[in-house]
Write a protein that binds this ligand. Structure first.
Ligand SMILES: C[S@@+](CC[C@H](N)C(=O)[O-])C[C@H]1O[C@@H](n2cnc3c(N)ncnc32)[C@H](O)[C@@H]1O
Length: 412
């Protein structure tokens, strides 16, 4: 999938690997997200669990929560640690499962897997296997693990639906999954969403919380429970990252769930996907006011005219009361103006509301002072242009906030 700024999926994956190579090899460098043992303590790891982790691995800890709060791992389990990084959680899991269990620490970044492998050999940890692979294609057989843990990785995976389907495939029926990850309140627009530089900082690759839970439910997970929440980005040393995270409502959650005995039927999967309540929530999050303004402008312009034209075709003879029509159209126009004026609060651009005011005044003039069809049409064209401008400004405001200068300049 190539994004509109020209970034490819491969570039995003390469940026993720470059960032986490730095976390593995130079953990003391400044990062925009919290790294190291201090972070693990603040996220709720009991010191007793991390005290025995070698300091060099703990220094590269980049988890976003404490997934063990969900308690998925039992003695004797075969466990997959997805996106294991330097392996702090893998080592904790290896102690929890004991000598009869086994942990597969899987990560995309070679520097991370190398670091963990060397340490596992040095410490003689016999029940830990390290795998370099992608979450989107797990090199493990079906139903081959009893539990899965993951901390901060899923938000970095481009195809989350596929990765979650892979988790379902490798987990045995009834097996448990614990996960800590970043979620957001409102989605990031496509152009920002595809920028590799922003992706690696864990905000823009994240999914809206309800959508993430729905992805797991659709894939066949049940008893999905949110067991913890953190204002993770408040710990970021970067003021810009804190601001971006706050603007998208980015925070982390800890989840526990179980794999259903059977995969979901295609019917139930589609029922989940087509649930109108989900579509409505998604629309609202994408900026309901901007979309509503555009729809209103179009409905008031073409909808009314189309309705009038269609009525005779339907055999309905309507004695049109000019005053009533004019009032209905005027109400739509004023509503559109109100919605566009509200957009100012978000993007602070005066252009769209001013253009909308000019459009509304033109329509009202044509309706109530001196009617000319072309003048009325010109007013509606101005209103539609204002609605499109408003939508564009909303996206550019987001781009500016995220520091995407290329886009911001175009929108200036
Ligand atoms: C935020 S770090 C967390 C690492 C580790 N879980 C921890 O708690 O320290 C995310 C890790 O996910 C890995 N990762 C990113 N995309 C991945 C993918 N598609 N498949 C597997 N691992 C991935 C990164 O290499 C990185 O080590």
């Amino acid at each position: 999938m190539v994004a509109i700024l020209g970034y490819s999926r491969e570039q995003i994956v390469a940026a993720v690997q470059a960032m986490y190579t730095a976390v593995a090899d130079m953990p003391d460098s400044p990062f925009h997200f919290p790294v190291g043992g201090g972070t693990s303590q603040r996220l709720g790891y009991p010191p007793a669990q991390t005290d025995t982790v070698p300091p060099s691995l703990l220094a590269s800890f980049a988890g976003v929560g404490y997934p063990f709060r969900a308690g998925a791992i039992q003695p004797g389990d075969r466990v997959l640690d997805l996106g294991a990084g330097a392996g702090v959680d893998s080592l904790i899991a290896s102690r929890l499962v004991g000598p009869d269990g086994r942990v597969f620490a899987l990560d995309l970044t070679a520097a991370m897997t190398r670091k963990l492998k060397e340490m596992a050999v040095e410490q003689g940890i016999g029940n830990l296997g390290v795998i370099q692979a992608s979450a989107e294609r797990l090199p493990l057989p079906d139903a081959s693990v009893d539990s899965i843990t993951s901390n901060g990785a899923l938000n970095l995976v481009p195809d989350k639906r596929r990765a979650i389907a892979e988790l379902f495939r490798v987990l045995r029926p009834g097996g448990r999954l614990q996960l800590a990850d970043v979620v957001i309140h409102r989605p990031v627009s496509v152009d920002c969403h595809e920028d590799p530089r922003l992706w690696v900082e864990c905000v823009v690759g994240a999914t809206v919380k309800e959508d993430l839970l729905a992805l797991f439910a659709e894939a066949g997970f049940e008893n999905i429970e949110v067991v913890g929440r953190h204002d993770y980005f408040a710990m970021s040393p970067s003021a810009q990252t804190r601001e971006i995270a706050a603007s998208f409502g980015a925070h982390t959650i800890e989840l526990g769930m179980r794999r259903a005995a059977e995969p979901p039927s295609p019917l139930s999967r589609w029922r989940h996907r087509l649930d109108p309540r989900r579509a409505w929530r998604r629309l609202k999050r994408r900026g309901l006011l901007g979309v509503a303004a555009l729809v209103l402008a179009l409905v008031s312009c073409y909808g009314t005219l189309t309705l009038v034209a269609l009525l005779p075709l339907l055999g309905i003879g309507l004695a049109v009361n000019d005053g009533a029509w004019a009032t209905i159209i005027a109400a739509f126009v004023l509503l559109t103006l109100g919605v566009l004026a509200a957009g100012f609060r978000r993007h602070r651009a005066t252009g769209p509301p001013l253009l909308a005011a000019a459009g509304a005044a033109t329509v009202l003039y044509a309706l109530f002072v001196d009617y000319h069809a072309l003048v009325e049409l010109a007013g509606f064209v101005l209103l539609t242009a204002a609605a499109l401008w408003d939508l564009r400004q909303r996206r550019h405001q987001e781009a500016r906030l995220l520091g995407l200068n290329q886009l911001a300049k175009k929108g200036a």
